[in-house]
Design a protein around this ligand. Structure first.
Ligand SMILES: C[S@@+](CC[C@H](N)C(=O)[O-])C[C@H]1O[C@@H](n2cnc3c(N)ncnc32)[C@H](O)[C@@H]1O
Length: 199
């Protein structure tokens, strides 16, 4: 199922997680065992299904702004028998008004709209539980190197760099960008000072 989805996505040019990032996400979900995941960026539901398969008790709410993609994701999710654990919401995640779960969620996966990571974070991180995990894909977009990147990506690189630095400065989060494929930022939220390792 997942390999079929990946093949469909590749054929149609729909971005889904790279294999290294998918592996990392799976490992983190298996270790963290979250109950409530909020995902920003569903596409066809590949990463949502991956997370649901990685941990049998997880419930996922995933936001996708493109209606056709959201519908396709629902189809795959139904086919996978995971409709009760994965809810696809067709909306721009910047418009999420309040805590989407009514209670804090314990895992936030951001994989959408690279220019808006900081907006998603500012808006949604207050609803992330203490001990909760934030994972963001593409955190080393174009190696964050403007000298190697076309000019049209410079602003995006600046914004991603600012997002990473914002997390690394924030003492409530123990954050690090892992050099996996396009980079994955992993951060754990604590009440008080979360940083154990100072480099
Ligand atoms: C990289 S793809 C997600 C891939 C998916 N996480 C996976 O690995 O299977 C990013 C998706 O985010 C959606 N997107 C972009 N900005 C968004 C926003 N502000 N709110 C909701 N969805 C958004 C895009 O339409 C696209 O389908």
């Amino acid at each position: 199922m997942l390999s079929t989805m990946r093949a469909h996505a590749r054929r149609e040019g729909i971005p889904v997680l790279s294999s290294g990032s998918a592996r990392f996400l799976t490992h983190i979900v298996r270790l963290a065992k979250p109950s409530r995941v909020l995902e920003i960026g569903t596409a066809i539901g590949y990463s949502a299904i991956l997370m649901a398969k990685a941990h049998p008790d997880v419930h996922i709410k995933t936001f996708e702004k493109d209606e056709a993609l959201a519908d396709r994701a629902r189809g795959y999710i139904r086919e996978a028998g995971l409709f009760e654990r994965i809810e696809v919401v067709c909306a721009d995640a910047r418009d999420i008004a309040d805590n989407p779960f009514d209670v804090p969620f314990d895992f936030l996966f951001i994989d959408a709209g690279k220019a808006h990571y900081e907006t998603f974070f500012e808006h949604l991180s207050p609803y992330l539980a203490e001990g909760g995990v934030l994972l963001a894909d593409n955190a080393r977009f174009m190696n964050l190197d403007k000298s190697e990147a076309p000019k049209r990506h410079h602003r995006l690189i600046e914004r991603m760099t600012a997002f990473n630095e914002r997390l690394e400065r924030d003492r409530r989060f123990d954050a690090h960008v892992y050099d996996i494929d396009d980079g994955m930022l992993l951060a754990i939220k604590e009440d008080g000072d979360a940083t154990l390792c100072d480099e």
